[in-house]
Design a binder for this molecule. Structure first.
Ligand SMILES: Cc1ncc(COP(=O)(O)O)c(C=O)c1O
Length: 390
C-alpha cells in the first residue's frame, strides 16, 4: 500500500527550527516530542519546492517587487475557498501577522487607549496591546463543558470602551470556527460602536467537515470596519518564509496602516516567501485538501483517545486549526507541576495554557500537525500519566 505522504517522519533537528532546536532552551531538555509551537512536521507541497528551486536558479536575490501574479493568487484563493471578492488595492503585504497586529495597534490607536481581545487567546494579542502601552480589555469566552462561546453582554460592554478589537477567527487555542450568526453579531456590534476589527484569519484554511470559515469582512458591509490578516504560513507550513497580507477595503484605515508599514520598510518582502505564496495558493490546493483529510483523522483520533483513555481530561471540540485544547484541571495540579510531569515523566513539550492568558490555567495546547505515529506515541505517554494523576 502506498504510504500517505504525511506519514513520513522528517528529522527536523539541527535545521535551526524553533520547534525542535528550541526545546533545550525552552523546556530544559531536547529529547522531547515537541507538540507546542504552531508549525507542522510535514514536507511542503512539491509545487512549492519546484517554485523555490526554480527561483534559486537565478543567482541574484535583491529587493523584490510583487507582480500581479502575487495579488491574483490571493484574490483567487479568497474567491474560490471563501467566496469573498477582494480587490487588488485592498491588499497590503507584511512580513507576518504578528507584526501586522502591532501595526494596526500603532496606526489606529493612541497610547492609553483600550483594545479588546477575547480570552484565552494567542499570546501576541496581549503583547501587541501591552508592549505599545495601550490598555487591555478582555472579554473571557465562556467554557461550557469544553465548548467555548461569547458572553455577548460582556463583549458589548467592553466593546463600547474599545478603540480596536483584535479577533481570532478561527480561534487559537480553543479551535472554534465562528458561525455566520456569531460573526454577524460581532460585525453588527463593531459597526454600531464604530470599532475597527483586526480579524486574524491565519487558521482559515484549516477547518473540518461540518464547519465553514467565513471571512468577517465578506459578510454584510463589515469589510468597511475590518483589517483581515491572511497568510499561507499555517496551512502550507511555510511560516519560516515570513510572508502574509492584510486586506483592508476602507481607504482611511488602509492609508493609516499602510503609512506605518511603508515607513518601517516592512513591505519589501522575502523573495522566497513571495514565490511560495503564489505556488501555495495557485498550485497546491490538492495538497491542502489531502492535508485536511490527514489532519481530520488525527483530530478524530485525539478526540476519541482523550475521551476514552485519558480519565479526567477534557478536549474542546476541534472545529478548525491543528491545535487541541486540553483541560487537565480535574487532575488538581498546579501549572508548574503539570508542566513538570509533561516534560520529565512523559517527555512531551506542550504549550502551557497560561501562555494564552490566566483563564488557560490547568489547560495545555497540543499541536497535532504531525505524523499519526508520533501522535500515537505522545498520547500513549499521556495515558501513562493519566493512570497516576487522572
Ligand atoms: C492566531 C495566530 N496569528 C498569527 C500567528 C503567527 O503569524 P505570523 O507567523 O504570520 O506572524 C499565529 C501562529 O501560531 C496564530 O496562531
Amino acid at each position: 500500500m502506498k504510504q500517505n505522504r504525511f506519514d513520513e517522519i522528517i528529522d527536523r533537528r539541527n535545521s535551526g527550527c524553533y520547534k525542535y532546536d528550541g526545546l533545550k532552551m525552552l523546556y530544559g531538555k531536547s529529547e522531547l516530542i515537541p507538540l507546542w509551537v504552531a508549525d507542522m512536521d510535514f514536507a511542503v507541497s512539491d509545487k512549492i519546492i519546484s517554485a523555490l528551486s526554480e527561483r534559486l536558479k537565478h543567482p541574484v536575490f535583491g529587493y523584490n517587487l510583487r507582480l500581479d501574479d502575487f495579488y491574483e493568487a490571493i484574490i483567487s484563493w479568497q474567491e474560490r475557498r471563501f467566496d469573498w471578492n477582494v480587490q487588488q488595492d485592498w491588499i497590503i503585504a507584511v512580513p507576518g501577522l504578528v507584526p501586522a497586529i502591532s501595526l494596526a495597534v500603532l496606526s489606529l490607536t493612541e497610547p492609553g487607549e483600550r483594545i479588546l481581545i477575547q480570552t484565552p487567546v494567542y499570546r501576541p494579542f496581549y503583547d501587541a496591546v501591552l508592549d505599545h502601552k495601550r490598555k487591555l480589555l478582555t472579554s473571557a469566552l465562556v467554557n461550557t463543558n469544553g465548548i467555548y462561546s461569547i458572553d455577548w453582554q460582556d463583549f458589548e460592554e467592553k466593546l463600547k470602551q474599545a478603540k480596536l478589537f483584535i479577533f481570532c477567527s478561527p480561534h487559537n487555542p480553543v479551535s472554534r470556527v465562528w458561525t455566520k450568526e456569531e460573526l454577524t453579531k460581532i460585525g453588527n456590534l463593531c459597526a454600531k460602536y464604530k470599532v475597527p476589527v483586526f480579524s486574524d484569519e491565519i487558521h482559515a484554511d484549516i477547518v473540518y467537515p461540518g464547519y465553514k470559515h467565513l471571512p468577517l469582512a465578506s459578510l454584510n458591509d463589515f469589510s468597511e470596519i475590518c483589517l483581515t490578516g491572511v497568510s499561507p504560513s499555517k496551512s502550507f507550513n511555510i511560516a519560516g518564509l515570513a510572508t502574509a497580507v492584510v486586506i483592508v477595503s476602507n481607504l482611511e484605515i488602509r492609508n493609516k496602516f499602510n503609512e506605518l508599514n511603508t515607513k518601517l520598510h516592512l513591505y519589501l518582502g522575502n523573495t522566497f516567501g513571495i514565490r511560495a505564496l503564489i505556488a501555495a495558493y495557485s498550485e497546491s490546493e490538492n495538497w491542502l485538501d489531502e492535508l485536511l483529510c490527514y489532519l481530520n483523522k488525527n483530530r478524530i483520533y485525539i478526540t476519541e483517545f482523550v475521551q476514552n483513555e485519558l480519565p479526567g481530561v477534557k478536549i474542546s471540540p476541534i472545529e478548525g486549526t491543528f491545535l487541541a485544547w486540553l483541560d487537565f484541571r480535574n487532575w488538581g495540579l498546579t501549572e508548574a507541576k503539570l508542566q513538570e510531569i509533561m516534560v520529565n515523566k512523559a517527555g512531551l513539550a506542550l504549550e502551557p495554557g497560561t501562555e494564552f492568558g490566566k483563564d488557560g490555567e490547568g489547560f495545555m495546547r497540543l499541536n497535532f500537525g504531525c505524523p499519526k505515529s508520533i501522535l500515537e506515541i505522545a498520547l500513549k505517554r499521556l495515558q501513562v500519566l493519566a493512570r497516576e494523576y487522572g
